[in-house]
Design a protein around this ligand. Structure first.
Ligand code: EPU
Length: 335
């Protein structure tokens, strides 16, 4: 289906008021192939849930909206089940489907906005789990050859909020289905402190995957703004990795800086802590600003432009560089 001059406000969770010259919606692989044939080699943009994009201008290239649905069983044995899921399925609806059927693995990733196709793209993660731990393979269409290609887990080259689809093969493939291997014998993961505390608060000692999901939902709702109410795209920045030398220098002035050891004498630092300690948390400019409960999230209270948000993010990047000698990297895709 092709539409012209389409308002994108409700198709991006930041709620930025821009337009697409041409919007094509596809519901299956054949429709996608016909659209790709029609637009030939014209550069284009694929949109799923619009929850990790900041539009700074109207979309002047064909915009392709992925609405491939369907959840089916690809493989099943006593201990596990592999689901083939359409890239246009709403992420949280998939999580709820799994919980209802007692398929474990995705519960820590409850309530993440967006659609299934974006999950391998940026290796979504939260509360101690990354989706790379559950993905078996990814089906995608090569935009040029129109061939259906399968990427195994290792071929996706997953890393923290990274994959081949975001780097090496950026704009080269359209993800059409994702295969998730889930467990029928739940291994509950409450290693992330906040989950344990939330369960204890509710007196739960033997949590089910539904309990874990509810705990995650409560934590998210207390910290993160609901994009249906306040425009945002979740974490705007990635958590940076720094060397032990730099950490030791920062600790002199900031002995409380949280830091998590990675391999090779490097440490992950919560960007939210840096932004808060640089004084940005809760800052508001007319209709946009930094969220009051989680400094990693930039928000649009209604009517902000993408340019205003990007300028704010740049001011934060410059200030953090100045104060901590750390270069923050944006997590959100900018168009
Ligand atoms: N912190 C602050 N101030 C803040 C925010 C955080 O000091 O305003 C510090 C605190 O020390 C806190 C620590 O940062 O203990 C970690 O905070 P939180 O648990 O909120 O997690 P995060 O590192 O800020 C990451 C993900 C989130 C994910 C949470 C939970 C990234 C870029 N973000 O945030 O993902 O929900 O962990 O696992 O890795 C997203 O990607 O859109 C997203 C929301």
């Amino acid at each position: 289906m092709k539409e012209q001059h389409v308002a994108l406000k409700t198709l991006n969770t930041f709620g930025i008021e821009v337009f697409a010259n041409e919007l094509y919606t596809f519901h299956n692989v054949d429709e996608l192939i016909s659209i790709l044939k029609e637009i030939k080699d014209t550069p284009n943009l694929i949109l799923g849930g619009g929850s990790n994009i900041l539009f700074t201008k109207n979309c002047d290239v064909p915009l392709l909206l992925n609405r491939i649905k369907g959840i089916s069983i690809d493989f099943e044995d006593e201990n596990s089940i592999t689901l083939k899921v359409g890239a246009g399925e709403v992420w949280h609806e998939l999580v709820l489907y799994c919980i209802e059927n007692n398929y474990a693995g995705l519960e820590n990733l409850s309530l993440i906005p967006g659609r299934v196709g974006a999950s391998p793209m940026q290796n979504i993660g939260a509360y101690g789990v990354e989706v790379k731990d559950l993905i078996v393979k990814v089906e995608a269409i090569d935009k040029k050859s129109l061939q259906l290609i399968y990427f195994t887990n290792s071929e996706c080259e997953f890393a923290y909020r990274e994959s081949v689809f975001k780097r090496k093969y950026k704009d080269k493939f359209v993800i059409t289905h994702v295969y998730f291997k889930l467990s029928k014998n739940p291994k509950i993961n409450t290693s992330y402190g906040a989950i344990e505390a939330e369960l204890q608060k509710n007196g739960i000692t033997q949590p089910t995957i539904k309990d874990v999901s509810n705990a995650v939902i409560n934590i998210r709702q207390s910290k993160l703004p609901d994009p249906n109410i306040i425009g945002n795209a979740g974490s705007f920045f990635k958590n940076p990795t720094i060397t032990i030398d730099l950490l030791q220098k920062i600790i002199i002035n900031y002995p409380d800086i949280p830091h998590f050891k990675l391999e090779a004498e490097t440490y992950k630092i919560p960007a939210g802590w840096l932004i808060e300690n640089a004084g940005w948390k809760g800052k508001t400019y007319d209709c946009y600003g930094v969220h009051k409960n989680q400094a990693l999230v930039l928000v649009n209270y209604g009517g902000a432009t993408g340019k205003q948000i990007i300028d704010l993010s740049q001011a934060i990047i410059d200030d953090i560089k100045d104060k901590f000698s750390i270069e923050l990297e944006r997590e959100v895709n900018v168009f």
